[in-house]
Design a protein around this ligand. Structure first.
Ligand code: URA
Length: 296
């Protein structure tokens, strides 16, 4: 029987939803990976200068050597100046994010600061902030890339299908969400689950770095290549980089960090579970061997 027009539209819509394209943002597509310097500075020219002080140098992606001086957390929470008009150009937003993040003395303060931050365009397309789940006092912290649709609805990281798999992987080493703190490099869902642009990631990086510093875990686990590349400075693909311990400088101390496969990858590639299981055994062993510095 020939399909009528409505059936065809319904099929196309269903295809888009399955592909993660479930929000309509505009009539014409925008390639944000290709925003030119000229466009960025044109936008900058229409915007007042940021009302925050000059920034520290950008945190390098690779972990800092242990011998470098440690950075003390400022004593006073200071609400960052937010610009509610045109979004700032990415380099300005990154500086604002860095200063705002550094001003947070606690995780609660940081959450409030991120909630009020307007410098990342993803905030305006996401339903809500996806800041964290699990136990902020846990010795183990997982960091993924960015929330998906289910996370955007619930406001918590890793609650969809890949989150359920992460729960099962944790259970396999005797942990549940009371034994881990969970966050993402980017705390807002990119529309249609697209990859965050390098600019969006750069803007959000100071927040996740501060979140790790304040949570102060004994072990950091990056879920997937993008998280490992952003936080650990790993250049290799995840297949090569996974399972290798590196050092991560939180800002107050150096902790061991490991990259492993993202659960979403494991859902697509079940053969990878064997390697991921090895990684989780290594995490469990390290938790047993490392001196306990947190209360949970
Ligand atoms: N994938 C991620 O990287 N993070 C989530 O929170 C969910 C899926």
């Amino acid at each position: 029987m020939p399909l009528n027009e409505l059936d065809i539209f319904a099929d196309i819509l269903a295809f888009h939803v399955e592909a993660g394209i479930d929000v309509a943002l505009g009539e014409a597509p925008v390639d944000r990976f290709k925003e030119s310097a000229a466009e960025a500075s044109a936008r900058a020219a229409t915007r007042p200068a940021p009302a925050v002080p000059a920034a520290r140098p950008a945190p390098a992606s690779p972990p800092r050597p242990v011998s470098e001086p440690r950075r003390a957390a400022p004593a006073q929470p200071a609400a960052p100046a937010m610009n509610m008009a045109a979004p700032p150009p990415p380099d300005v937003a990154t500086v604002e994010a860095r200063d705002a993040a550094l001003s947070a003395p606690t995780l609660e303060a940081l959450r409030a600061i991120v909630e009020g931050f307007d410098g990342c365009p993803l905030k305006h397309t996401a339903t809500r902030l996806v800041f964290s789940d699990g136990n902020p006092l846990a010795r183990l912290m997982f960091v993924g890339e960015a929330p998906g649709r289910d996370e955007d609805i619930e406001g918590k990281p890793f609650v969809g299908r890949s989150g359920k798999l992460l729960d099962r992987m944790m259970a396999a080493i005797g942990l549940d969400r009371t034994g881990a703190y969970i966050a993402n490099v980017v705390p807002w869902r990119p529309p249609g689950n697209r990859t965050p642009t390098p600019q969006e990631t750069a803007i959000c990086l100071p927040f996740i770095r501060r979140q790790i510093e304040l949570a102060n875990p004994d072990i950091l686990v990056c879920l997937g290549g993008p998280s490992a590349q952003t936080l650990l400075g790993i250049k290799d693909g995840i297949t090569k980089a996974r399972g290798r311990w590196v050092e991560y400088e939180t800002g107050t101390r150096t902790i061991p960090a490991l990259a492993t496969f993202h659960p979403a990858y494991l859902l697509r590639t079940p053969l990878g579970k064997r390697m991921a299981w090895r990684d989780f055994l290594a995490i469990s062993k390290a938790l047993g061997e490392l001196p306990r510095t947190t209360s949970s």
